[in-house]
Design a protein around this ligand. Structure first.
Ligand code: GLU
Length: 286
């Protein structure tokens, strides 16, 4: 990814402490740190720990330990998303004032039943798109249900949002100029009772607040950028350059992932791997 000389490069690695880091994380972290170093820029680490139902505080220490073992150095203080809820709340309030959010009272079961009933629900990268049940609720009913204490999520009214922004694009190191297609993800959830800011919202707000100029992350997050680009336009935030890198695979072509039983960096270390072994496995020079 080219960066003009006068452009102060700022990259970040932004893991969620939901498990120990594995080789895929090491690859992303190293690409970010090296890109920053190669351009005389800054490398930041951010802990994405908003989802209290999945994140575990003790895993944060493991992240520091693993990255330190790889020889990485990052700026302090490390931003922890859970300490910045007011920033995400402010962004939600702005979107709400623009008439772009609506409360959704559906359970997973309600959504699955509606998708099954309609027979031909459009699908996105994460499964069937939200079928819009609560989008059609009259305002009085929304208010009555909120007043009754019913739990609800806040969804982004994607069509209305796109009506405000018009067509959007982003620059991607591998894919070139990409036409953003946020509607392909449907009316995404931006907040819920137990997670008052979604990944999409928090990541977009933080990348802007921290002045991130280049986002280097796995191809598995490519689709999320459609929504991030829309949120940037709505919240008048700058658009970083993106590089969605290929995901690491094992000898059989299977994607390395915790779910697939891939060993963590801590496991590899215990098995006697050195950090040079990791670099070799990743095809990077030490
Ligand atoms: N926290 C996200 C994850 O661990 C990555 C965020 C990002 O790089 O945009 O999958």
């Amino acid at each position: 990814m080219a960066a003009p000389e006068s452009f102060p490069v700022v990259t970040r690695f932004a893991p969620s402490p939901t498990g120990r880091l594995h080789l895929g994380h090491a690859f992303s972290a190293l690409l970010n740190a090296r890109f920053a170093a190669g351009h005389g820029g800054r490398f930041l680490l951010r802990i994405e720990d908003i989802d209290a139902t999945r994140c575990r505080a003790e895993l944060v220490e493991g992240i520091f330990e693993d990255l330190g073992w790889l020889g990485l150095k990052w700026e302090e203080p490390v931003r922890r998303q859970s300490a910045h809820m007011a920033d995400y709340r402010a962004a939600l309030d702005r979107l709400s004032a623009m008439g772009l959010l609506y409360p959704c009272f559906c359970t997973r079961k309600d959504i699955a039943a509606e998708v099954a009933r309609s027979g031909a629900a459009p699908h996105g990268p994460d499964g069937p798109l939200y079928p819009g049940l609560c989008k059609r609720l009259p305002a009085e009913e929304q208010e009555a249900r909120i007043a009754s204490g019913a739990p609800y999520a806040l969804r982004l009214h994607v069509d209305r949002a796109l009506g405000l922004t018009g067509p959007l694009t982003w620059e991607d190191a591998e894919a070139g100029e990409v036409a953003a297609d946020p509607a392909s993800l449907g009316d995404v959830v931006l907040a819920r009772k137990e997670t008052p800011a979604s990944y999409h919202l928090a990541v977009t707000v933080d990348d802007a607040l921290q002045g991130i100029t280049h986002i280097i992350r796995g191809q598995d997050l490519f689709h999320a950028t459609h929504i991030h680009r829309l949120l940037q336009a709505l919240l008048q935030l700058p658009t970083p350059r993106y590089h969605h890198h290929a995901l690491l695979t094992d000898e059989t072509g299977q994607r390395l992932a915790k779910r697939a039983g891939s060993p963590s960096l801590a496991d590899l270390r215990q098995q006697g791997w050195t950090r040079e072994d990791v670099f070799r496995r990743l095809g990077l020079w030490p």
